[in-house]
Write a protein that binds this ligand. Structure first.
Ligand SMILES: CC(C)(COP(=O)(O)OP(=O)(O)OC[C@H]1O[C@@H](n2cnc3c(N)ncnc32)[C@H](O)[C@@H]1OP(=O)(O)O)[C@@H](O)C(=O)NCCC(=O)NCCS
Length: 157
């Protein structure tokens, strides 16, 4: 699949919101939150475009005091799934986090989100914790982590 990945711009907001509203059934980011995240210095928002149209996005938080990056959200338009777009976004997120000297990427995923769990496991993310009652409907979150630069937990660099 040929998709291009670039930083999100303010004029992507409509497209991001449309993806958010069709890809998620709850716990959606609002237009206002998306706008703030796009402009935030401690966040990187990336979009994947397919023939210039925004097909997916990923937002990663890069807290200055934390060497672990947090994948805050990732979504692909439902009519563009299954073509490797989320995988490409994950690789771009990891590259961006690595360039900014982060040692790992962490994320939370709903325990019932089999597609996303398969995506993360296929891309080398390792489950390290579970949080009860994490989402608005009480669903637990599974926490995943991927070490960057090929350094595994417990291994010396
Ligand atoms: C989860 C999501 C981001 C996957 O996007 P995608 O572009 O279809 O993912 P990819 O095509 O890159 O998939 C890569 C791998 O992930 C796994 N995968 C992705 N979606 C899957 C699904 N629905 N069921 C099973 N495996 C899935 C597969 O192993 C796939 O590899 P394969 O196609 O070679 O089998 C997309 O379905 C989505 O936006 N879902 C709604 C929002 C969401 O749940 N975001 C994650 C929140 S934590």
């Amino acid at each position: 699949m040929q998709c291009e990945i670039r930083p999100a711009r303010p004029d992507d907001l409509d497209a991001l919101l449309a993806i958010e509203n069709t890809a998620f059934s709850g716990d959606r980011l609002s237009r206002r939150s998306l706008k703030t995240l796009i402009g935030r210095q401690t966040a990187v928002a990336l979009v994947a475009t397919d023939d210039k149209a925004v097909a997916g996005y990923a937002i990663v938080l890069l807290n200055r005091l934390n060497r672990v990056a947090r994948l805050y959200s990732i979504a692909v338009a439902p009519d563009k799934t299954g073509r490797g777009i989320a995988g490409a976004l994950l690789r771009a997120v990891e590259a961006e986090a690595g360039e900014r000297r982060r040692v790992a990427v962490r994320l939370e995923v709903r325990e019932d989100n089999r597609g996303a769990i398969a995506l993360y496991e296929k891309n080398g993310y390792r489950r390290f914790a579970r949080r009860e009652n994490y989402y608005h409907d009480g669903m637990p979150a599974l926490r995943y982590e991927k070490q960057l630069g090929g350094i595994e937990h417990g291994e010396r660099p």
